[in-house]
Design a protein around this ligand. Structure first.
Ligand code: ADP
Ligand code: MG
Length: 385
């Protein structure tokens, strides 16, 4: 199975030409709207810019980015459904830019399942083998095997409309896997499913990857999907790669403010526009901290920084910043404390130990320990310093 290499891949969707019977005003309006779309050039919408990446055979990569960041475009380019305006797509040492989609050994799973509605689960799964004229007994064996893995044995005679969303997506995955593609692309496959179902399917996907060792490229806007699934996360914004690292590194050492906020966003504390003195000192909650010489250089001329701390890196302690709890919130095994100190909101995450809820309540005075080891510092360009 091949390694897939993208080199300097750039995609621009051309603006639509406005011709034919349409009022002058409307025409101007359409042109204006096109120009005002995000990330536009004169030629059109820039969906992907100078994207470099290697997907090694058998790896599981998650591409994470907000809506419109170019994730689907990237998959479509790998699948051969779109030709990049610039750059190269390699499968091992063969240049694939001009290889048609049908000739690429690539399968894709979409958010909306795209099953054949009038065929049973069995027929849907068997379809890719049937078109290859594989003997019936062999097909049956393969379908049974894969249905077993995806817990579909009992559903083989049903029609798609008789399945839950999660089951439909399992069928779609089984149908893609059965032809043993070199690479399997997932375009936000779990977005239509509820939280529990998503968790279940994430587990199954990991299990399947362990067994099949197919190259998986999975795109999502959901940070939890990414943190849970990935050996490796590639973060995209405005069609530009921001970071390419392990889940732990993305969480602990985000390269810029965008990545820091995008991952763990609900409990990320950001204190903006903190002034830095000429000798590199800054204050947070009355305490003075100091930048290294290198950080001072990276700070730039604004002499201001933005400071982020994850709620998971803050703790209630005997000594620290005085704060008052405004409200608490339970999310699974975490107790989230929303507190206020010096008029600033602070969010802390405490692990539930059965007594936490009693221990912390609205209006209570607490102290919060700040450890500069966990400070994420950014200059005003948003770069980590
Ligand atoms: P994502 O999957 O991350 O939401 P997409 O790859 O679908 O992002 O889109 C990236 C950008 O390209 C967006 O600004 C989108 O509007 C634009 N775009 C995507 N497909 C087309 C298309 N066929 N024609 C014109 N613009 C497109
Ligand atoms: Mg998309």
């Amino acid at each position: 199975m091949p390694d897939i290499t993208l080199k300097d891949v750039t995609m621009i969707y051309p603006f639509q030409k406005v011709t034919g019977l349409i009022g002058r005003k409307q025409k101007q309006l359409i042109l204006k709207q096109q120009q005002e779309m995000p990330y536009t050039s004169n030629e059109g919408v820039i969906a992907l810019q100078h994207f470099d990446c290697v997907f090694e055979d058998g790896t599981f990569t998650v591409i994470l980015g907000p809506s419109g960041s170019g994730k689907s475009t990237l998959l479509r380019i790998i699948a051969g459904l779109e030709r990049p305006v610039l750059g190269e797509v390699w499968f091992d040492d063969v240049l694939y830019n001009d290889v048609q989609a049908q000739e690429r050994d690539v399968a894709m799973v979409f958010q909306n399942y795209s099953l054949y509605p009038n065929q049973t689960v069995y027929q849907n799964i068997a379809f890719p083998l049937e078109v290859k004229h594989i003997p019936r007994e062999e097909i049956e064996e393969e379908v049974k095997k894969i249905a077993g893995l995806l817990r579909l044995e009992e559903k083989l005679n049903r029609l798609p409309q008789e399945l839950s969303g999660g089951e439909k997506q399992r069928v779609a995955i089984a149908r893609s896997l059965i032809r043993k593609p070199a690479v399997l692309l997932f375009d936000e496959p779990f977005s239509n499913l509820d939280v529990l179902m998503r968790k279940e399917l994430r587990n199954e996907l990991k299990k399947i990857h362990e067994i099949y060792k197919t190259t998986f490229i999975y795109v999502t806007h959901d940070q939890y999907d990414a943190l849970y699934l990935a050996e490796r996360i590639v973060i995209l914004k405005d069609g530009i790669k921001q970071m390419d690292a392990s889940a732990a590194d993305v969480y602990n050492y985000p390269v810029n403010r965008f990545c820091a906020e995008f991952i763990g966003s609900s409990t990320f504390n950001l204190f903006e526009d903190i002034p830095v003195s000429k000798d590199g000192k800054y204050k947070l909650f009355g305490e003075t901290y100091e930048l290294t010489n290198k950080q001072q250089k990276q700070l730039g001329k604004e002499k201001m920084l933005d400071l982020g701390i994850r709620g998971t890196n803050l703790a209630v302690a005997n000594d620290g910043v005085d704060a008052i709890i405004e409200y608490t919130e339970m999310i699974e095994t975490d107790l989230i404390l929303h507190a206020k100190a010096e008029e600033k909101e602070i969010i802390l995450v405490e692990k539930m130990d059965g007594n936490n809820e009693m221990k912390y309540m609205r209006g209570q005075e607490i102290r919060i320990a700040l450890d500069p080891k966990y400070f994420h510092l950014f200059n005003k360009k948003g770069e980590r310093i």
